[in-house]
Design a protein around this ligand. Structure first.
Ligand code: PMP
Length: 302
């Protein structure tokens, strides 16, 4: 299990993580009514940290709130937010790369089932950035659970409660000896993994499910599309059939907690020759270089 920092941020205060608790009477606990995002920070050799695409994580939280009708979260994520993150980092003084989980919880006691006019609390805790998929190649199993549809709980909103869907699918995959699940959506097209997006390579073209395939619109996914296009690769966002993955030249998963993770097997079928593909490796290396680049538009110093 990843090591969690001893201190957490709760609203405006840095407090011991063990004391940052929510009431059992809150909608967050009762209905999973919280929204979240996880961002990555890279520790540089001089001991300083770089955050990757913080503004995009803040924007996604704002959009998740808007989709659910939770209201304005800008006071929780104002200009002071970066300073609060720095204070939290200083309190924990980690010696390796970190993930920061930022959650906005509906915290009123027993307000009934609704999403508006609720008190919102902010929490941030940090933990070691251990990848959630094996970096040397993941084995996936297509889930018998379908990805929660945009018409049920929008997958593009990062809502805690919706992760029951991910937990069911991942458990089924783990029980079958795989590393993670591959979700299809209600229409039977490929959607994503339990907590990562998917790309395949076919004839030197990068293909990924489009934004109407019930995916979370991942920040890593968007970054890789930009990087691939900058490198002259053709990128297509479209519906993908399951059997296209069986016959792909390369396949990989991506996300803040999975980085770029090669997929070498799906449903007991080896992808290509089971080796890590050259385009996968190139994109992974390009992204890692940006994580450590203080001059990139995508990084912010802490
Ligand atoms: N899909 C799901 C369901 C996720 O939970 C995640 C992780 N946040 C992703 C995709 C990848 O998104 P990101 O690159 O923004 O971390």
């Amino acid at each position: 299990m990843a090591k969690i920092g001893k201190f957490a941020l709760y609203n405006n205060q840095v407090i011991p993580t063990q004391e940052a608790n929510l009431s059992i009477t809150s909608s967050a606990v009762l209905y999973g009514l919280s929204i979240y995002s996880v961002f990555y920070t890279k520790r540089l050799e001089d001991g300083s940290f770089l955050v990757f695409r913080l503004a995009d994580h803040i924007k996604r939280l704002q959009e998740s709130s808007k989709m659910l009708g939770l209201g304005d979260v800008s006071q929780l994520l104002d200009e002071q937010f970066l300073a609060k993150i720095s204070a939290l980092l200083e309190a924990n003084s980690p010696t390796n790369d970190q993930l920061f989980r930022v959650t906005i919880h509906a915290s009123d006691p027993l307000p009934g089932i609704k999403t508006s006019n609720l008190t919102l609390d902010l929490s941030v805790f940090m933990y070691d950035a251990d990848p959630i998929l094996p970096p040397n190649g993941a084995r996936l199993k297509t889930s018998s659970y379908r990805r929660v549809s945009d018409t049920a709980i929008p997958a593009r909103a990062k809502v805690n409660g919706a992760y029951v869907n991910s937990a069911l699918a991942r458990e089924e995959a783990l029980d079958a000896g795989a590393d993670d699940a591959l979700f299809l959506n209600q229409q039977g097209f490929v959607s994503e993994l339990s907590a990562a997006n998917i790309f395949i390579v076919k004839n030197d073209t990068l293909i990924t499910p489009d934004c109407s395939s019930d995916i979370l619109e991942g920040i890593t996914r968007r970054s890789l599309i930009t990087l691939a296009k900058d490198q002259g690769l053709e990128v297509i966002e479209r519906k993908i059939a399951l059997t296209e993955i069986y016959t792909a030249d390369e396949a990989f998963a991506c996300g803040t907690s999975s980085f770029v993770s090669p997929i070498i097997e799906l449903d007991n079928r080896q992808i290509a020759n089971g080796a890590i593909g050259t385009i996968t490796t190139k994109l992974k290396d390009s992204l890692q270089a940006i994580f450590a680049d203080p001059n990139s538009d995508w990084t912010t110093s802490l």
